[in-house]
Design a protein around this ligand. Sequence first.
Ligand code: CP3
Length: 348
Amino acid sequence: MAMNERFLRACRRKPVDVTPVWFMRQAGRYMPEYRLIREKYSLLEICYQPELAAEVTLQPVRALRVDAAILFADILLPVIPLGLGLEFAKGEGPVIGKPVRTMEDVAAMRPVHAETDLGYVLEAIRILRGELNGTPLIGFCGAPFTVASYMIEGGSSREFLKTKMMMYSAPETWHALMEKLSGVLSEYLVAQIRAGAQAVQVFDSWVGTLSPQDYENFVLPYSQRVLAAARAQNVPVIHFGTNTATLLPLMKRAGGDVIGLDWRIPLDDGWALLGGDIAVQGNLDPAVLFAPLSEIKTRVHDILRRADGRPGHIFNLGHGILQHTPVENVKAIVEMVHEYLPTPVVER
Ligand code: CP3
């Protein structure tokens, strides 16, 4: 099977020769060739220059022989044309200049036209489709909850207190914000698909902070809108979150052909909660990549054994690659996944 068919076939739960594998944050600071580019350009400068973003996207494809490329960009780019300001401060992570706290702040958010305001992302996609030689390209956006949490908190958060206070104390402000944001994100994701993205992932990285009830009332309809808009373009849609063991059935209802699982739930248990009629992606703990190869192998094989050769498993980590991860261990995982042969059923 052509290496470049595996990923898209698995998203559709079609049989594959070997399990496809790629990694969230497969481009990044753990790679020396990425650090070399980062010496000269900031993260946003890389995103703004399509040739550079394309080059960084290709780095892990060349180095790791993964089955898919993920566009180099960031889930927070849409907050720039919304007029909120975005900086990546050293050691602090993202900082939003004008956080959204009131109904007036929501009303002041500028309209976004993905084709022009985020045209540099679309241009990177067009360049990549010419350079990828058939390796499928994944586009992405943040899910409304996770992006809204940065917009409200003003940056990263542990407790999501301001976000939850808007939900609980000013629900009309929350719903107005989510209404606008889900429209912007839907249009952005559809524009990426039209530019050539062959699959998309919607990152709801921090949604696991919510109870199922709050997810259903405050988040699900908006995620559903973004996921449905992408699905209408006929490309596979991956719906990802972490800490989601109690949210999985609701995430499935919100949408996606593939649901991302983190390492806190065994892959087969997560898949069982979702039912057999959907694909799954995951779910190695990114910290395991710092362990000796023998330990990595045990855990990679454990995940593959739990998937049990059923169509519709894409191997990945449960969250992004961590900063000081040894590149050779990432490479070794790709080989382990591609070389894995399911234990034959013993005839009795
Ligand atoms: O290789 C890829 O996965 C594609 C590129 C990508 C980036 N960000 C580049 C980036 C992707 C898919 C993202 C998504 C993203 N961005 C998420 C969702 C995924 C997740 O990890 O949960 C989130 C929450 C963000 C927001 C964000 N961007 C944070 C919190 C940070 C700072 C934390 C850190 O690692 O420093 C960023 C910066 C960022 N985005 C980096 C990269 C490679 C850091 C490296 C750098 O500064 O050069």
